[in-house]
Design a protein around this ligand. Sequence first.
Ligand SMILES: CSCCC(=O)C(=O)COP(=O)(O)O
Ligand SMILES: [Zn+2]
Length: 211
Amino acid sequence: MSSLGELWKQLADVKDELASRDWFPGTSGNLSIKISGEPITFLVTASGKDKRKRTNEDFVLVDVTGNTVEETHLRASAETGLHAKVYQHTDAGCCLHIHTVDNNVISELYADQGEITFRGQELIKAFNIWEEEGSITVPIIENPADLSLLAERFSEAITPDTKAVLIRNHGVTVWGKNGFEAKKHLEALEFLFSYHVKMRLLQPQFALSQQ
Ligand SMILES: CSCCC(=O)C(=O)COP(=O)(O)O
Ligand SMILES: [Zn+2]
């Protein structure tokens, strides 16, 4: 079992790598790593910070209600409730949320369908899907201003196969059993989003061929 300090470092390293990809524009994004399962506690990014900077005030320890477990002047991420839903409804050990142009464009293009499915792409294997005709579906939910409603809609979208949820014109939340796997899933999804956007620009009939 990893110590709190080891898990802090694991999350800080993932944060640095995502920052190096410029995936935290305008202080957006939040990350978490599970510390205990019963009761659920996890480290989550402090709200409103520049996630490109590495400091010893980057994360706070919270319980499943999103309340801080220790006395602190820091505020947990405004979207802590979504991370809590992931730990309640999946066996994830790490959860990552970022805003990119590609994930926002995909979420808007396919919002009315409520999901997007990717198939025929090598990177689907990053989700441990090895079948010839393997596919991965990402649900897309609306982005209500009420964050507890957002967390409810988000948890309703999680099925046993779900590895990520797109929030319309907001961002994507992805998880995995640890920091390495969550980052692998996130990188693979962002590749699939980017490929899809570019193909739609270059070949307008591409979208139809993917239905
Ligand atoms: C400026 S981004 C708006 C809030 C958001 O969507 C986000 O991901 C960051 O919120 P946090 O409270 O985690 O900093
Ligand atoms: Zn966000």
